[in-house]
Design a protein around this ligand. Sequence first.
Ligand SMILES: N[C@@H](CCC(=O)N[C@@H](CS)C(=O)NCC(=O)O)C(=O)O
Length: 214
Amino acid sequence: MVVKVYGPFYASPKRVLVCLVEKEIEFETSPIDLFKGEHKSPEFLKLQPFGQVPVIQDGDYTLYESRAIIRYYAEKYKSQGTDLLGKTIEERGLVEQWLEVEASNYHPPLDNLVMHILFASALGFPSDPKIIQESEEKLGKVLDIYEERLSKSKYLAGDFFSLADLSHLPFTHYLANSMGKEYMIRDRKHVSAWWDDISSRPSWKKVLQFGAPF
Ligand SMILES: N[C@@H](CCC(=O)N[C@@H](CS)C(=O)NCC(=O)O)C(=O)O
């Protein structure tokens, strides 16, 4: 059964796509145009009642929330493709810790920057310089902690690439490219080396071929 991924042009669906590629799981994509409001259509809301992408359909199993989906596939196909969960329960604990850090500490200020720098005019709301400045400060403090961590281990959870690193790919891609904030990565030696490493994985290069709105 081929997994169907609703998205796929936006960042959160790409978190799922890169996981599926790493796990060597066959998938097809179903485009949803957020700018036309397709994610708020009654048909789509039956799949994802909060009206967001991604959603996956795997046979008659439906799942939404990108980080739940990547955990599901990393576990379901643990011995297929790249092991993204760690070999021991302690490694798994660290993968979970850094996945939570990504979701709770890293993503919120970065999402603010993405929305206010890249998406504001296309979505028709005013870009707020105060939010941009505060979010950059917050994200900078988080990245200082990453710098310290990555001076001690090659990847976030240890010396192995995991879901924790993978989860950072789609939104950090905006930070390192179209947002004009690449210095936030490059000013931090270990974060910079980590970014070069994870963003040059063939899985991520393949996912970038799906294109993006910006
Ligand atoms: N926590 C959700 C967030 C998904 C999300 O924010 N998706 C964006 C695209 S990257 C979206 O659908 N935005 C439209 C909206 O929120 O109305 C997940 O990780 O799946």
